[in-house]
Design a protein around this ligand. Sequence first.
Ligand SMILES: NC(=O)c1ccc[n+]([C@@H]2O[C@H](COP(=O)([O-])OP(=O)(O)OC[C@H]3O[C@@H](n4cnc5c(N)ncnc54)[C@H](OP(=O)(O)O)[C@@H]3O)[C@@H](O)[C@H]2O)c1
Length: 224
Amino acid sequence: MILPLKNKVAFITGASRGIGQACAIVLARAGAHCIISARTQGGLIQTDDQIKSQGGTATLLPMDLGGYEAEHIDLIGPSIASQFNRLDIFIHAAFQYTPLTPVSQITDAAWDKNIQANLSSCRRLIRTLSPLLCATNNAQAIFLQTIASTQAFCAPIAIIQAAVSAILQCWQQEVAHLSNVTIQHVLPSPTNTLLRQSFFPAESKQNLNTPEQTAQEILNSFRL
Ligand SMILES: NC(=O)c1ccc[n+]([C@@H]2O[C@H](COP(=O)([O-])OP(=O)(O)OC[C@H]3O[C@@H](n4cnc5c(N)ncnc54)[C@H](OP(=O)(O)O)[C@@H]3O)[C@@H](O)[C@H]2O)c1
């Protein structure tokens, strides 16, 4: 069987469940070695078990992107470089749940936690991964958007999305003359995951994608 991503290396955040987990499984099935990260070790082990059951390989990287260990993010790029010397695919699917709240009622603690986990982590991830992505021919960096449009109660999410979008546009322009890395900010289809259930507990699951369907849709946009 020809594996289209044989010898490629992928790093996926949010890989303990949901869309990130499904992306890791689909990428590993296509032959990529997957470095999988999230906070929950049990979830990462489940992902690893599924990857192994289809003949793939993974490296587990348990990490809280929003916690006290966030400065460890800085070590990720150099350690992937020293072990694999390439990074072909980066998918940032981690998102720490933040409650839907009227702007006037966002607490300082909720604001700080949201910024730390969902925005500062993006900057650190870009800082640590950019040199290796730029040094790898045809590398792809995919960041997942959260909402289709700005609505009432969505300010905590909307500010992250707007800021990440701006950061990605600047980053793409900064590296355009250095490498052929492609940077995308992709909105996944509505998908039956824990995050979705937390935002819309009463929603019917009937018309939602499975995480595997969404992962396939995201990965179909690759030009590897
Ligand atoms: N589901 C949808 O319909 C939908 C629609 C549009 C966009 N999206 C986007 O798709 C992405 C994935 O969402 P999902 O629905 O798959 O959510 P999910 O099932 O809740 O998965 C979120 C992932 O992020 C990880 N995570 C959360 N906080 C973290 C932290 N502080 N440090 C490290 N990892 C952390 C979680 O793992 P741990 O808890 O183990 O850390 C989990 O693996 C998100 O960006 C979301 O906004 C989803």
